[in-house]
Design a protein. Structure first.
Lengths: 244, 264
C-alpha cells in the first residue's frame, strides 16, 4: 500500500493509458472498416505498457536514488546494485499487470470479439513478457547510472522494439532484411503466444514461444547484470556516481 | 504592452538556454527527433496493415500533429509545475508584469520544438508513403504546425494550472489529455466515424481544426478551407489562453491570501 501511495501517479498512468490506447487501435480498425483486425490490435497497448513500465521504473529508480544522494550507498552496499533495482522494477510491473484484465474488459465493452480459448497459454505469455520486460528495465537502468541524460536515449528505443516485435501488426509487413532482427526481441514471441491463445495453442508453438521469451529474458538479464557491473566500476573509477 | 513585449523577448532567450540544458543539441538530434520518426513509422505500418497506403498517409499526417501537441502537453505542463518546485511562483507574483506572459516567453523554444518535432517525421515519411510535398504545401505545413503548437501550448497552460493544484499529477494529466485528444481530433481515427457527441467535443480541442487544415493543404484543397481551419485553430487556442489566464489568477490570488504560494 505504501508503494501504491508513493507511486500513485505512475500507477494511475499504468491503469489508464493502456486501455485508452487499446480503444484508439480498435477505433482505427473499426473506422477503416476492418473489424476483423480489432482482436489482433487490441492486445498491443497492454504489451507495450508492460515493456514501457519496466523502462520507466528503471529510470525512476536510478533518478530518485541519484536525487536523494543514495546512489553512492547503493553502489557501496555488499549486495549487487542490480538486486534492489530489479525489486523496484518488479513492483512497478506487478502494478502494471492490472492492464491485463483491464484490456480484456475494455475489449469486451467495446464489442471486440477477443477470445482467450487457452488461458494457460495467455497467462504464460503475460508472465513471460513481464519477466523479460524486467530484464530490459535492468539494461535501461545501467545506462541511467552512466548518465542522467540517458532517459532520452531509452525513450528512443521503445518504438523500434515495438516495430521489430510486430506488436500491432504482423512482422511480415516489415522489409525482409529487418525481419530476422525480430527473432531476438522477446516481445515478438510473447505477443505471438498471446495471439495464438485465441485458440487452443499446439504444444510445439506454446513451448517455442514461451521458451524463446524466457531464454531471451535470461540473456537480457545476463546483459543487464554485466552492464550494470561494468558501469558501476566505471563511475566508481571516474568518481561520477552521484552527478553523472 | 512594451513591458510585456520586453518580458516575452527576454524570457524567450532564456527559454532557448533552458531547453538545451534539458535537451543538449547532440541528444536532441540523436534521441529526440528520431523518436518522432520511429513513432511515425510505427503508426504508418499499423495503418498500412489495417487499410493500406491511403490510411498510412492519413496516419503519417496525424503523427505530425500528434507529436506536435503531445510534446507541448508534456513539456509545457511540467514547465509550469516546475516553477512551483523551484520556488519561483512568488517571484512571478511579485513581478509587475503578467505571469502568463513570462511563462509563455519561457516556453518559446518548447513551442518551436513542438512544430519541428511534428514536421521532421512528416518530411521523413512522405517519400516512402507517396505523399507529394510541393514547396507551397511544405510552407503551409510549417505554418499550420506552428499554429497547432500554439493552441496546444495554450491548452497545456490550462493543464499546468490544474497541475499546480494537484502536485505530482502533471504527467498523468498531460498523458491522459494527449490520448483523449488523439481519439477526438482525428489524428489516427477519421472523425466522421466517431459518434456525434465525440465529434462535437473534438471541435473545441486543440489540433482538430489544424489537422483538417493540414490535410486540406496537403491534398491541394481550396485555400479558404485551409485558412478557415487555421482560423478556427487559433480561436480555440485563444479561448484556452483566456481560460489559463483566469485559472492562474484564481490560483495565485487564493494561494497568496492563504500564504501558500510555495507549497499550495
Amino acid at each position: 500500500m505504501q508503494l501504491v501511495g508513493e507511486r500513485l501517479p505512475s500507477f494511475l498512468l499504468s491503469f489508464a493509458i493502456s486501455p485508452i490506447v487499446a480503444i484508439i487501435y480498435v477505433l482505427m480498425a473499426r473506422g477503416a472498416g476492418r473489424p476483423d483486425l480489432e482482436a489482433f490490435v487490441v492486445l498491443s497497448p497492454m504489451a507495450v505498457g508492460l515493456w514501457g513500465t519496466a523502462t520507466l521504473a528503471a529510470g525512476e529508480a536510478i533518478s530518485s536514488e541519484r536525487a536523494n544522494a543514495t546512489l553512492e550507498l547503493l553502489v557501496a552496499a555488499p549486495l549487487p546494485p542490480a538486486i534492489p533495482v530489479i525489486g523496484r522494477i518488479t513492483a512497478s510491473i506487478a502494478m502494471a499487470l492490472i492492464s491485463v484484465p483491464e484490456t480484456l474488459l475494455v475489449a469486451r465493452l467495446a464489442g471486440v470479439h477477443l477470445t482467450v480459448a487457452d488461458p494457460i497459454a495467455f497467462a504464460a505469455g503475460v508472465l513471460a513478457l513481464a519477466f523479460s520486460s524486467i530484464a530490459v528495465g535492468l539494461i535501461t537502468a545501467s545506462t541511467y547510472v552512466l548518465a542522467n541524460g540517458a532517459r532520452l536515449y531509452s525513450n528512443l528505443l521503445g518504438f523500434p522494439f515495438f516495430i521489430l516485435a510486430g506488436v500491432a501488426f504482423p512482422i511480415t509487413v516489415l522489409p525482409n532484411w529487418i525481419q530476422p532482427l525480430s527473432s531476438v526481441v522477446s516481445m515478438t514471441w510473447a505477443v505471438d503466444l498471446l495471439r495464438q491463445s485465441a485458440t487452443k495453442v499446439p504444444g510445439e508453438i506454446f513451448w517455442r514461444d514461451l521458451g524463446m521469451t524466457v531464454v531471451l529474458g535470461v540473456v537480457y538479464f545476463a546483459i543487464g547484470f554485466w552492464l550494470l557491473r561494468h558501469v558501476e566500476r566505471r563511475v566508481r573509477f571516474d568518481g561520477t556516481i552521484g552527478n553523472a | 504592452v512594451i513591458d510585456s513585449s520586453r518580458i516575452l523577448r527576454r524570457a524567450a532567450v532564456i527559454s532557448v538556454g533552458d531547453f538545451f540544458a534539458v535537451f543538449p543539441l547532440r541528444t536532441y538530434l540523436i534521441a529526440w527527433i528520431p523518436r518522432g520518426v520511429f513513432q511515425m513509422a510505427f503508426y504508418a505500418l499499423l495503418a498500412q496493415f489495417i487499410a493500406g497506403p491511403e490510411f498510412a498517409r492519413f496516419a503519417l499526417v496525424g503523427t505530425a500533429a500528434q507529436v506536435t501537441y503531445q510534446s507541448l502537453f508534456t513539456i509545457a505542463t511540467s514547465t509550469v509545475v516546475r516553477e512551483q518546485g523551484s520556488g519561483t511562483i512568488p517571484l512571478l507574483v511579485a513581478a509587475p508584469g503578467s505571469a502568463l506572459v513570462a511563462l509563455t516567453g519561457r516556453s518559446v523554444a518548447t513551442i518551436a520544438n513542438g512544430a519541428l518535432s511534428g514536421l521532421l517525421p512528416l518530411l521523413a515519411g512522405a517519400p516512402f508513403l507517396g505523399l507529394a510535398l510541393t514547396a507551397p504545401g511544405a510552407f503551409a505545413v510549417v505554418v499550420i504546425l506552428v499554429v497547432v503548437a500554439l493552441s496546444a501550448y495554450a491548452f497545456a497552460l490550462v493543464l499546468g494550472g490544474i497541475g499546480l493544484r494537484w502536485r505530482g499529477y502533471h504527467n498523468v494529466l498531460s498523458s491522459l489529455a494527449g490520448t483523449a485528444v488523439t481519439i477526438l481530433c482525428g489524428a489516427y481515427i477519421p472523425r466522421s466515424t466517431l459518434p456525434d457527441w465525440a465529434q462535437a467535443l473534438g471541435e473545441v480541442l486543440p489540433a482538430t481544426h489544424g489537422l483538417e487544415a493540414l490535410r486540406g493543404a496537403l491534398a491541394g484543397g481550396a485555400i479558404d478551407g485551409v485558412l478557415r481551419g487555421v482560423g478556427a485553430e487559433l480561436l480555440v487556442g485563444a479561448a484556452y489562453l483566456v481560460l489559463a489566464e483566469l485559472s492562474f489568477r484564481f490560483f495565485l490570488s487564493r494561494a497568496r491570501s492563504a500564504g501558500t504560494l510555495d507549497f499550495h
